[in-house]
Design a protein around this ligand. Sequence first.
Ligand code: F6R
Length: 609
Amino acid sequence: MCGIVGYIGKRDTAPLLLEGLQRLEYRGYDSAGIAIQSGGTGKGAGGLKTAKTKGRVRDLEDRIPKRFTGTAGIAHTRWATHGVPNDVNAHPHLDPLEKVAVVHNGIIDNASELRAKLSAEGVTLVSDTDTEVLAHLIARSVADSLETRVQEALRHIEGTYGIAVLHADFPERIVVARNGSPVVLGIGEHEMFVASDVAALVSHTRQVVTLDDGEMATIKAGDYRTYTTEGSRTSSSPETVEYAAESYELGDHDTYMHKEIGEQADAVDRVLAGRIDDRFATVHLGGLNLDPREARAVRRVKILGCGTSYHAGLIGAQMIEELARIPADAEPASEFRYRNPVVDPDTLYIAVSQSGETYDALAAVQELKRKGARVLGVINVVGSAIAREADGGVYVHAGPEVCVVSTKCFTNTVVAFGLLALHLGRIRDLSVKDGKRIIEGLRKLPGQIAEIMESEPEIKKLAQEYADAQSMLFIGRVRGYPVALEASLKLKEVSYIHAEAYPASELKHGPLALIEPAMPTVAIVPDDDLLEKNRAALEEIKARSGRILAVAHQEQEKADRTIIVPKNEDELDPILMGIPLQLLAYHTALALGRDIDKPRNLAKSVTVE
Ligand code: F6R
């Protein structure tokens, strides 16, 4: 949430920062701003120039005055937490003398207290933000170095931050700090970058250093150093970013959502690559850090994630129960962390997150670790905060996901759970025969996904038919229920059509009252042992003049329309059944003219509570 980018070097800064902001816009897009050192060195020389505005990065571009040049700068794209999106609340925030500029991602928990204290001392605060206090606190320090001034200011702060600081009196450096919100340094040739996400850097350098919580860095054109907020030096060697710049590009697609839905067959190939062991009908998961004896000792599995990742966790829990026969369930990480959960030593906890940054999931992991639990991660972003915090895990290798709504990461996460369930199953009681059956099913997935993509023209027509709905009901039973939940979330996020998901078995207990011709139902109807039960639910809806769109393995007589999906193994069917409904959400949003990659009020990587 919120994108930060900074640059110091010989090139003209503003165009580089604007390009970086464009790439980070998915992290927040209600306002944007930039501050640069306007040239000159030494005390009093140059000074800071800023431009900021409510709106998108393209609006900021229109606001940049002529001769906005400099060789160091910081910029920000915002997702508002404190104060409405407007020009004043946009970052960077400055002190009254405009010596200090700060961009910030995170939340300062004691902001109101600090604001009151500063006001009582005669400081005029111009914005409604939490971040502004930092600019004032840094400006008040008289320490010799900018690093110490920032450290002194941070000592007053409670909360989370990824910050970058520019100071007119220290024009040859940018100081950054991290506590709970990501900060990555990008190392170039006689130039340095900083960003909240490698997406902003990869077109310039793939050599990066990721800061840890409690760590700071000073970047200069020719070098960088890292140290703690207490001032002790830390060692950090650069790593190479896994994906090249092209993976972050839109290419020929109109939207990232469409691009990412279409990448799923390749993405699933990647999560399977090198992991299948035909000889023992199992899989190798190199980073799990769970030996067979420990795996056998697991009595329960508890999966934690938010939003789409929680839905992937629900499917994962069913797979683990079915294949490994370990009782498993999933819970929103955001709920779990606040209910003082009983942490059981025989339970294996699994945190699921695309970004690996989601604050609620990270906080749940930290709480679990504090209580001595073993926590694994099922994560997409390599080296992200949750991945570092976990004792081990499975990377889902979906590749960069830029659209705010998750599609290919969901699918890859569910496949990763299939691998984990098979692995645990084969250590316990899953037979070789069943192991082979699941492996065969996993291998079929990329081809079957490609087959589903061929039905896109038909799904597009269906979307146009349903786009006038005010509300839609999604139903599924057992394996189909999390698919319904995820499909309903996808539809509401991108199209803004109200959608609700219910277990099909619960229809008679209430939601049937909603059924009438204007309330379409999307039903997940796999060919498994619950087929007849699902058909009975369709009958009930039809008898009340409801319109039905079924996602099924064969034509459903009671449905008005059926999207046919290729059949896999029963346990793996949920992986495929959600994909046509991603396309349905996408084409519905397209028909309604929505801002598909940046839905209103949302942002990717929810690094705040
Ligand atoms: C929905 C969506 C969100 C995220 C959620 C968790 O399309 O993308 O619901 O799934 O914010 O994010 P991660 O997976 O990064 O922890």
